[in-house]
Design a protein around this ligand. Structure first.
Ligand SMILES: [Zn+2]
Length: 86
């Protein structure tokens, strides 16, 4: 069954979808990024999106691969928002 859940970015209100019962279902506490404002978020127990707690932010910062991946993705989102093709 394809169950899409949607929640809003607490920073900008953009709708974020999480997908349940498919190939990828985020776990509570999994980091994500708002595709609109590029804010780093964390999935809540209810598959909502919230800002990371101070402890979670320290954990993200301490994980070199994760923090670099999130920062690279953030920069890509911000670059695409300002990109033009002509
Ligand atoms: Zn946002």
């Amino acid at each position: 069954m394809n169950t899409w859940q949607k929640c809003k970015c607490p920073q900008c209100g953009n709708v974020i979808y999480s997908r349940a019962r498919q190939r990828y279902t985020p776990q509570a506490g999994a980091p994500t990024i708002c595709a609109m404002c590029a804010t780093i978020l964390v999935f809540s127990e209810e598959m909502g999106a919230r800002l990371p707690t101070a402890e979670e932010q320290l954990e993200i910062d301490g994980n070199v691969l994760l923090s670099r991946t999130l920062e690279t993705t953030r920069r890509a989102i911000l670059m695409l928002q300002n990109a033009t093709l002509n």
